[in-house]
Design a protein around this ligand. Structure first.
Ligand code: SF4
Ligand code: SF4
Length: 405
């Protein structure tokens, strides 16, 4: 049973209003469309074109990873979300099954953009075997989704240039696209700068799914890399946009950040026009409504401006940017970025399943097992992440909450 800590299943009354059609064009790619369904809509929904794919999407999409309530997907469609992002690994395939079931029941497959992902981890060096495994993985995803194709297929969690170049998955992606199993191919990464630069060079990907949030505001290298990718025609989808969400029991921030923090952070990402859409991973109806409200106006309110002007947020958020710069610090060569991601899933997302899966994907001897018996962590993060404290919390969770793998 999935241990979600704070579900809110409040129902909403939906009274359709008439479709008002395309309204206007903003700048080069922004399009404003009136929302056809939400009575409380106060403005048109901002849409952008996803690079060379030509797909036009509302700027707010849904990362389904943290959702396991079908009603949340239905409501997302009702408010105007048209792009749903899942993956083979989420909830061990059950996430894809839920997406497929809901989309089929609603009869809206031709109105939505479905993205899924095949992992880069565990790939063999044997090119033919790696290609075969990747293709088989995608076939399984399509079965779970009850679809004959997806719109975007990502090569998932590519965290090194070497993985980005791996011939097996790259050949599989091209062949799956040629066979009509996916309309477009993408790459997802937490190592934005190195991997996206390589994706530009390879010129094989239509879409890049990248981590982008306010804690990176001063990282010119990451911002310019993403912008360069967009200029090359790669459609940019942003993830981790709210730097780990509202729950902050382990940081120097209030335990629950106020709603204004979430809308401010999402607007900051989307005010970069090179980002087509974001995939916040909301798991409650309130957060869905709150996040989607951003699609109607990217202008900051006074409160949002005040929140962003408080420069302490980035340091206090303790968001691990997965830069890997601390890797030399640990005498046991622990995979610190993976441990920090696992901590974010467990503590901030309250998604122990994802945390466990993340830990399980780490090579033996480089996960929490490396930290066993290490009483004093010597890792010093360049971005104010309290690595030792988070590892101690992970260890405690592993002892008490089924995180061990
Ligand atoms: S803990 Fe800090 S230095 Fe290490 S990968 Fe994360 S952000 Fe980078
Ligand atoms: S607790 Fe010890 S083994 Fe684990 S990351 Fe820190 S220094 Fe490395």
């Amino acid at each position: 049973m999935n241990k979600r800590w704070e579900w809110n299943r409040r129902d909403f009354i939906v009274k359709p209003i008439l479709w008002a059609g395309a309204a206007s064009v903003l700048g080069g790619t922004d399009i404003l469309l009136a929302n056809p369904l939400n009575e409380t809509a106060t403005g048109p929904v901002l849409q952008r074109t996803l690079g060379k794919t030509g797909l036009t999407l509302p700027v707010v999409s849904m990362g389904v990873m943290n959702a396991d309530v079908p009603g949340l997907l239905r409501r997302a469609y009702e408010v105007g979300i048209r792009h749903f992002d899942t993956a083979a690994v989420y909830q061990q395939g059950r996430n894809e099954e839920m997406v497929g079931r809901v989309i089929k029941e609603m009869g809206v497959r031709d109105k939505v953009t479905i993205a899924t992902k095949q992992p880069s981890k565990g790939q063999t060096q044997d090119v033919a075997e790696a290609k075969k495994r990747f293709v088989e993985g995608v076939e399984s995803s399509l079965q779970r989704l009850q679809m004959d194709h997806v719109d975007i297929l990502y090569y998932h969690a590519v965290d090194s240039v070497e993985d980005a170049r791996a011939e097996g998955p790259l050949e599989a992606l091209q062949s799956l696209k040629k066979d009509g199993k996916t309309r477009f191919v993408g790459i997802s990464t937490h190592k934005t700068q190195a991997v996206v630069n390589e994706a530009i060079r390879l010129n094989l990907f239509d879409v890049a799914l990248v981590t982008l949030n306010y804690t990176m505001a001063h990282d010119e290298g990451i911002l310019s890399t993403i912008e360069r990718a967009a200029k090359s025609g790669i459609g940019i989808v942003a993830m981790k946009t709210q730097a780990g969400g509202t729950v902050r029991p382990d940081a120097k921030l209030p335990k629950m950040l106020p709603p204004v923090s979430q809308t401010a952070l999402l607007k900051w990402v989307l005010n970069h026009e090179f980002v087509t859409t974001a995939i916040p991973g909301f798991s409650t109806y309130e957060h869905l409504e709150q996040d989607f409200s951003v699609a109607r106006s990217l202008a900051y309110t006074n409160e949002e401006e005040k929140f962003l002007a408080d420069k302490t947020f980035s340091a206090q958020a303790e968001f691990c940017q997965q830069c890997g710069e601390c890797k030399e610090d640990c005498p046991k060569n622990a995979d610190i970025p993976a441990l920090m991601r696992s901590h974010m899933y467990a503590v901030q997302y309250r998604n122990t399943g994802m945390a466990r899966e993340m830990l399980a994907s780490v090579a033996s001897g480089r996960g929490l097992d490396a930290c066993d018996g290490c009483e004093s962590c010597v890792v010093a993060c360049r971005n104010s992440v309290q690595v030792g404290r988070k590892i101690a919390q992970l260890k405690w969770l592993a002892r008490n909450h089924e995180l061990s793998c």
